[in-house]
Design a protein around this ligand. Structure first.
Ligand SMILES: [Zn+2]
Length: 340
């Protein structure tokens, strides 16, 4: 099959479109013909070099496609069926996995991170990772959903325990996690404040359900949040920006509020004033992906049309380098997809 592999870490130039052997599915696996694979910031980090990545390596976490072949031990799937692949690798038999906490498994990794991903034509997945998709979603839309929606659901619902009527600040309206988090917060009838770097993105954030938009280049986030909330602050901050916004995010919390973070796009090192942390009874929650149960839960809302995937741009897999450059330039609103 054709695949994009990296043989060394570096810039977009290390992405190589080439022939590789077809995967040989095990008897408990389903072979999927990849029709679409969405990019995530993780792709850029892995390409630049992360520990645990064995070379050569195939990137790509979010796969949608058609079933080609069904392993002998697998039931419930047939060739030609339209599916997506849950973007997580876990052992399936440890105490965490059997408790449904796959993202706490010691073997847990994201597909395309420490195991090969979907920037290729064929992908062999364990049957438990293969999820049928409705006709209402095309492959590009389906591929744009799993990683960011399960991440946002785990942050807001699983960790922060969002409740109806709360006020939620979602940083980065145009990012995949931002787009998912705005909609999930709305699903819980929350008041949603979001941020972006220009008015067009803020308008799109409002169209997804945000009540207020803050231009982070022109306005100070904490001052605007203070004004919007009548000095009270927000219940939950959805963070993934990191160093550039951390201090502002902490300032935006009301007493006993929760900051939940899943990323550090602008840098990983921040400081915390412990006096504020304990006196204001704040919660700082680290979040990584989510569980299979949470993925099924959030997909239920997507399949029913209550949460909407947003695709910004598609590239042929042969133009993977351009796709990475496009993602790195952060000009998109929504997901970037490659099609094998
Ligand atoms: Zn496990």
């Amino acid at each position: 099959m054709k695949a994009v592999r990296i043989h060394q870490f570096g810039g977009p130039e290390v992405l190589t479109y080439e022939d590789v052997p077809d995967p040989q599915p095990r008897k408990d696996q389903v072979l999927v013909r990849v029709k679409a694979c969405s990019l995530n910031h993780l792709d850029l980090w892995v390409r630049q070099g992360l520990p645990g990545v064995k070379l050569p390596h195939i990137l790509g976490s979010d796969i949608a496609g058609e079933v080609v072949e069904v392993g002998e031990y697998v039931s419930g799937f047939k060739p030609g069926q339209r599916v997506l692949v849950a973007p997580m690798h876990f052992c399936g038999h440890c105490v965490k996995c059997v408790a449904g906490l796959q993202n706490q498994c010691r073997e847990f990794t994201v597909i395309g991170n420490a195991v090969d991903g979907g920037n290729c034509e064929l992908y062999a997945a364990p049957a438990s990772n293969v999820i049928p998709i409705p006709d209402s979603l095309d492959f590009n839309q389906a591929a744009s959903v799993p990683l960011v929606f399960v991440t946002a659901w785990h942050m807001l619902v699983g960790l922060a325990g969002v409740r109806q009527g709360q006020t939620v600040l979602v940083l980065g309206a145009s990012s995949g996690v931002g787009i998912a988090a705005i909609q999930i917060a709305r699903l819980f009838h929350c008041r949603v404040i979001t941020t972006a770097g220009d008015e067009a993105k803020l308008e799109k954030g409002r169209a997804l359900g945000a009540d207020h938009g803050i231009n982070h280049y022109k306005q100070k986030i904490s001052e605007e949040v203070r004004r919007i909330t009548n000095k009270e602050g927000v219940d939950i901050v959805v963070e993934h920006v990191g160093a550039a916004t951390w201090e502002e995010s902490m300032k935006c919390l009301k007493t006993a509020g929760a900051l939940v973070t899943c990323g550090a796009t602008t840098g990983p090192s921040v400081s915390v004033d412990l006096r504020h942390l304990f006196a204001r009874q704040l919660r700082i929650l680290g979040s990584y992906m989510g569980t299979m149960g949470e993925l099924h839960e959030v997909l239920g809302h997507v399949f029913a049309g209550r949460l909407k995937p947003v695709v910004d741009h598609t590239f042929p897999l042969t133009e993977i380098r351009a796709a990475h450059e496009y993602l790195a330039n952060s000009q998109m609103f929504g997901k970037v997809i490659v099609n094998p």
